[in-house]
Write a protein that binds this ligand. Structure first.
Ligand SMILES: C[S@@+](CC[C@H](N)C(=O)[O-])C[C@H]1O[C@@H](n2cnc3c(N)ncnc32)[C@H](O)[C@@H]1O
Length: 194
């Protein structure tokens, strides 16, 4: 009980420093897997309002005045967000557009990324039916083989519809196949897939 009270207090006091409580998700994952280290080049997609970026800046020691010279975080979001000291912020940058990808490459400045993080999610309207219809889809090319059936079965657990698509433009003698999954249903906590 005492520990719970102490942890809650610590969390609350830390919360004051972050732009949103999403920070704690990254803190928890990083505590478990030790992903973020000084000197790393990190690309962070879906960064607004910026609490993950704040955590990354801390862990990479990019925070002025103890800025680490070799590391960097490139934080982008299609929405606008206020700059975070120590981070390279790219607001109004939609990850899916070519222009944005060129912006990211330019910010990388010939460096290679050590870690790519994404907390991207579509904006929800609050209307369940609408959001349900507009939830995530997935399209990926695979080479058809003995694991295709398993992949389709695994995806069927988390998507309403899973189709195997062979476009006419794809050569018949090629094993190339596309898996299209629509209507993301979400996952239960700790559910193992794929
Ligand atoms: C849950 S929020 C991220 C919160 C953030 N990790 C934090 O700690 O403050 C999800 C973000 O993904 C962004 N997003 C969704 N699709 C995107 C895209 N195609 N390109 C860039 N950002 C995107 C949204 O604008 C939204 O700000």
């Amino acid at each position: 009980m005492q520990r719970h009270v102490r942890d809650t207090f610590v969390k609350q006091s830390r919360y004051q420093n972050y732009r949103s409580r999403a920070a704690f998700k990254l803190i928890e994952i990083n505590d478990r897997y030790r992903l973020l280290k000084p000197g790393m080049i990190v690309i962070e997609c879906g960064a607004a309002p910026g609490s993950w970026t704040q955590v990354i800046v801390e862990c990479l020691h990019l925070k002025p005045p103890d800025c680490h010279k070799t590391g960097a975080v490139i934080a982008l979001d299609k929405a606008d967000f206020a700059p975070i000291p120590g981070a390279i912020c790219l607001p109004k940058t939609d990850f899916t557009s070519h222009i944005s990808q060129a912006k990211i490459l330019s910010a990388l400045n010939d460096r290679k990324a050590d870690l790519i993080l994404s907390d991207m999610s579509p904006n929800v309207s609050g209307q369940h039916d609408y959001d349900h219809e507009h939830q995530g889809n997935f399209l990926a090319k695979i080479f058809n083989g003995n694991q295709t059936e398993k992949l389709v079965k695994d995806l069927s657990r988390i998507f309403e519809n899973v189709r195997q698509v062979k476009p006419e433009a794809s050569r018949l003698d090629s094993t190339e196949l596309f898996i299209l999954a629509t209507g993301f249903k979400g996952r239960h906590n700790n559910e193992e897939i794929l």
